[in-house]
Write a protein that binds this ligand. Structure first.
Ligand code: GRF
Length: 204
């Protein structure tokens, strides 16, 4: 844990988060707000936001908010290795205590995962191990489950299979559509991610 910046009131180091996004960025926003006025206040700071798409709405929001942002697009690199190397260097520049995947849609390569192992967290919109992969809400509805939710987990080489840190459960209602269920899960995610980050910081 970096100790350069210290929380004067209780001596907790203030953890540096680098948040990786690809889209809307609502989890990024929830985490950032939590560092300002919520659970993560004086416990963590968003050191940088890195997006892999110029068009990501979360990137525009982060810029407007005054956060440090980078956009590293795959199409600008000759191959996967060069892209990964650039992503690793850009992330390392901020000396992160934790690297937070928040809707980062590119599957990370082994070198990236290895490099940040033990510092790399992801949020997945299902109660893992149920429904790894994509279209989780649609699959949950089709399966007829009565409970659904989201999971924050450590990232390892296997997709959506790292150790679970914390989960949020929501009921599936009889009239739910994919959209209504997705919205309920997303609201739960916004509470869950800051809480899970705090769990990790408390255990450090
Ligand atoms: C969330 O549902 C998250 O669980 C998944 O991608 C979505 C990102 O949403 N990994 P947002 O960009 O944070 O709004």
């Amino acid at each position: 844990m970096n100790s350069a910046q210290q929380n004067k009131t209780n001596n907790h180091p203030i953890a540096r988060l680098v948040v990786l996004i690809s889209g809307r960025g609502s989890n990024l926003k929830a985490i950032y707000e939590s560092t300002q006025t919520g659970l993560l206040h004086q416990r963590a700071t968003v050191a940088a936001v890195i997006a892999d798409r110029q068009g990501a709405a979360g990137l525009a929001w982060a810029r407007q908010t005054g956060l440090t942002v980078h956009c590293i697009e795959f199409k600008n690199f000759s191959d996967r290795r060069a892209f990964d190397q650039s992503l690793i260097s850009a992330t390392d520049r901020y000396d992160p205590d934790l690297v937070i995947l928040a809707g980062f849609m590119r599957i990370l390569s082994e070198p990236f995962v290895k490099h940040f192992e033990g510092r790399l967290l992801n949020i997945h919109p299902s109660l893992l191990p149920a429904f790894p992969g994509l279209k989780t809400h649609e699959r949950a509805l089709k399966a007829g489950v009565t409970e659904h939710g989201a999971t924050v987990h450590w990232v390892n080489a296997e997709l959506d299979a790292g150790q679970i840190i914390r989960q949020a459960r929501v009921p599936v209602l009889s009239h739910d559509t994919v959209d209504s269920l997705a919205e309920r899960v997303l609201q739960a995610e916004h509470q869950l991610y800051p809480r899970a980050i705090l769990d990790v910081l408390d255990q450090a």
